[in-house]
Design a binder for this molecule. Structure first.
Ligand SMILES: Cc1cc2nc3c(=O)[nH]c(=O)nc-3n(C[C@H](O)[C@H](O)[C@H](O)COP(=O)(O)OP(=O)(O)OC[C@H]3O[C@@H](n4cnc5c(N)ncnc54)[C@H](O)[C@@H]3O)c2cc1C
Length: 527
């Protein structure tokens, strides 16, 4: 078989959205890029629900690398107008419902629910990315910009030649490839290419219990609000969201796409997965639903459109994130849990940082130090995410605490988004504000306390402490207990947060206008 010899500045392994975005940025900066993909697009991929911060990071990415064709993907309205053929779902916020085993869902007083709006109306709403379409589109963009793309590719060897680069040998149907490259970016997801090829150590999760996943796509999933009409007008249509059904030991996600498909799956602790025999796939899903009558009703007409995927271990962490001529994107270095949709923002932040490192140290000294710094930041953000998600798992039996812990995330994410939109990204250093010492210390302490299963006065003190941790960064009225855990997206909240943001009323009005906020007042929304 003839061997195709290639020379590339950077070789990227994995052509999911992260590999293609990295290729696009590097091409814009003038580097030659080879992109190697094991499979073939369009292909199924899990990880679908975006967030306001992820949308903003995508927008910033498009502006920074002069890729205006990507900007429409940052919001529902622009996506629908520019790319109606690329599937996605409407996400107005996060909906949580807490279930007891074998009990129909009922909740007059909002004790068992939490609704957090991410946007005031559909036009600027977030999206669920229908990955078969979205990832195929992005790889097409990368090819259009000059990335050399090979799909159906099996990499057989990787020779790392210190910091000089590496040689990759691979095969495709009727073709052998040999790539000589200065740098390798691993965008192949958790337990991916470099982890296996270099036999890297796995880092045992420190806080998170071992969990398993079971998921697929469905048709015919009934809307929750059709079966359980809310008693008043909620802050957003409950199902146009990432819907979470929480129960002791785990939770179910439901994400609706506009193409008639719905992504749904469960992440549960090992002991519950064993009890339900998750490895059996669909029968285990039915066993789980049989114990959650209201969720079962939601799936009464549903049909899986593809086989269930069982993930025997959801979380993954790699000990090493970088080497002399290679680096993993955050999504290859670790995955925690789908809870709170943290994968996209973590990955998007990492892509920006890694491209910066490569560009700033290309043929310049300081690469090793810059890569070490990238690795440290990646691990620090994955640690914070793991700690938060572990605190949420620990409080699934105490839903009032679960809700309050989740506000740590919503406060940090909305503050980060706002200061970035004000042009001050340095005020939101790192995902979950890991680089803001005061918040980060309280965040850590509150998560650790939630994991300690406190009761009585200690538990009450923890709720108060979470409120106090959030107060200095609250731009979304999250401290207002009068809202009974229904949080709309209100311009008034942002305006009231002006002192906390160090911004003037004029600056905030301009921000709202730029973002297309244009929302009715709280009274109008809640009427
Ligand atoms: C169950 C679950 C649900 C999740 N839900 C969410 C969510 O709702 N929101 C969110 O933000 N994050 C979520 N995540 C995280 C999310 O999946 C990731 O952040 C995201 O998929 C990363 O995209 P990626 O392009 O880096 O990797 P992937 O989507 O994993 O793509 C990797 C690509 O690399 C290819 N590849 C793998 N190995 C090789 C190889 N050896 N050679 C060549 N190619 C290779 C694969 O074929 C694939 O195309 C979830 C994670 C899990 C486990």
């Amino acid at each position: 078989m003839a061997v195709t010899h290639l020379d590339a500045d950077v070789t990227i392994v994995g052509a999911g959205f992260s590999g293609s975005l990295t290729a696009l940025a590097l091409r814009r900066l003038g580097y030659s890029v080879v992109l190697l993909e094991r499979g073939r697009h369009p292909r199924f991929a899990i990880g679908e629900s975006s967030t306001p911060l992820a949308g903003l990071l995508l927008e910033e990415f498009a502006d920074r690398y002069d890729l205006p064709q990507l900007r429409p993907f940052s919001k529902w309205g622009t996506w629908q107008r520019a790319y109606p053929q690329v599937g996605c779902g409407l996400k107005r916020g996060f909906s949580f419902f807490r279930h007891d085993w074998d009990q129909p869902f009922a909740d007059a007083g909002h004790e068992r629910q939490l609704l957090v709006a991410a946007s005031p109306h559909d036009a600027i709403a977030d999206t669920h990315w229908y990955r078969p379409d979205f990832d195929e589109h992005l790889v097409g963009e990368a090819v259009a910009l000059g990335a050399t793309y090979f799909d159906d590719t099996t990499i057989s060897t990787l020779h790392v030649e210190g910091d000089r680069g590496a040689v990759i040998e691979a095969t495709r149907p009727a073709q052998a490839i040999r790539v000589t490259t200065r740098f390798v970016v691993d965008a192949s997801g958790p337990r991916g290419f470099l982890h296996r090829t270099l036999a890297l150590d796995e880092r045992t999760p420190r806080w998170l219990p071992a969990t398993q996943g079971l998921y697929t796509h469905f048709t015919g999933v009934t809307r929750w609000d059709d079966l359980n009409p809310p008693e008043a007008r909620p802050p957003f249509p409950i199902d146009d969201a990432a819907v979470h059904h929480v129960f002791p030991g785990g939770w179910i996600w439901i994400l609706r796409f506009s193409n008639g498909l719905t992504s749904a799956g469960a992440a549960v602790t090992d002991s519950l997965a064993r009890e339900l025999r998750f490895q059996e796939g669909e029968p285990a899903w039915r066993r789980l639903l049989s114990r959650l009558p209201s969720v079962q009703a939601q799936f009464a007409q549903a049909r899986a459109t593809r086989p269930f995927i069982h993930s025997p271990r959801v979380a993954f962490r790699s000990e090493a994130v970088v080497g002399p001529c290679w680096a993993m994107l955050p999504s290859a270095a670790g995955v925690i849990d789908p809870l709170l949709s943290t994968g996209f923002p973590l990955t998007l932040l990492g892509i920006g940082r890694l491209v910066d490192v490569l560009h700033q140290t290309w043929c310049q000294p300081g690469r090793a130090e810059a890569l070490a710094d990238y690795a440290r930041q990646t691990q620090q953000e994955l640690d914070a995410t793991e700690r938060l998600v572990a605190a949420l798992y620990a409080s699934m039996e105490d839903f009032a605490l679960f809700k309050r812990v989740s506000l740590l995330y919503f406060a940090a994410a909305s503050f980060s988004e706002t200061v970035r939109r004000l042009g001050r990204p340095e005020d939101a250093p790192g995902f979950l504000l890991v680089g803001r010492p005061a918040f980060s210390a309280e965040f850590t302490a509150c998560c650790d306390a939630a994991m300690a299963h406190q009761t009585g006065t200690a538990r009450a003190a923890l709720l108060t402490r979470i409120d106090a941790a959030i107060a200095p960064i609250d731009v979304a009225g999250l401290g207002d207990r009068g809202r009974r855990d229904w949080y709309p997206a209100l311009a008034d909240d942002l305006m009231r947060a002006a002192p906390r943001l160090g911004a003037t009323a004029e600056e905030l009005k301009a921000l709202l206008e730029r973002s297309g906020f244009d929302t009715p007042s709280r009274e109008e929304i809640l009427r």
